[in-house]
Design a protein around this ligand. Sequence first.
Ligand code: HEM
Length: 249
Amino acid sequence: MASAGSSTAPAVAHRVAPLRAGKGTSFVLRRLHSLSGIVPVGAFLFEHILISNSTAISGPDAYARQVSFLANLPLVFFLELFGIWLPIAFHALYGFYIWYRGDGNVIAYPWTGNWMYTAQRWTGGIAFAYIIWHTWTMRFTGVDLHAYPNASFGKVQSEVLQTPLFLFYVAGLIAASWHFAYGIWLFCAKWGIVSGDKARKRFLIVCVAFFFVLTGAGLASLTAFRSRPQQPIEPGTAVMNIKQSSERR
Ligand code: HEM
């Protein structure tokens, strides 16, 4: 990691200290934190933005089918618990601890890696605020989308059609996408997967391109929600009932 607080911080961009053994529990936790950012948290973000939410571009029915597919995965609650919620909670809480422990000193070492180091912490913090709020409103309050997947498009619309909330979605999307994309670069540097200044510089370009792909796909989905009239949300409405019964057949 680009150790901003260390007096031996390298004066060259793209240099990242590998995770070293011999630091006891904290070494294991740092490795787990690093790995959890890729699998399962990063893998989930990839699926969520590039696959599931992109189906919204094809309209409410396609989106409902995707939500229904996810909701009907076997043992879905445990998949969510162990595959998403607990790993994100661990990665985020340990991430805040790393942030609190290190002194992100952007003034003493004004090189690119140092700004990236700071951005990695702030984008994690913004993504965290967004994830808490998004999970609470989409999964734990309002109409239950696992029981009524046809309400999904309308439920998302009820938020993104409000401009302040839409801007919050955009901020969360950009923060999470940057954090993940640059996180892939950090991960590969720390685990020795990409080594050498030249290779790291080239790989940084690939990761920045990936950031634009994620952000672009997310913005395309958000535009799809905003460009259609508000769809029904309440399970009792006629349209919902027709769709619900045709889905059961
Ligand atoms: C959107 C969900 C998230 C994803 C996909 C994600 C992914 C990643 C990845 C891939 C890394 C690089 C791993 C490494 O450093 O070796 C990373 C690093 C990091 N993440 Fe996250 N993360 C997420 C959320 C968060 C949150 C909410 C926080 C809370 C602040 C956070 C804090 C950090 C920190 C501090 C690092 C840098 C660790 C270091 O420099 O050693 N992350 N993340």
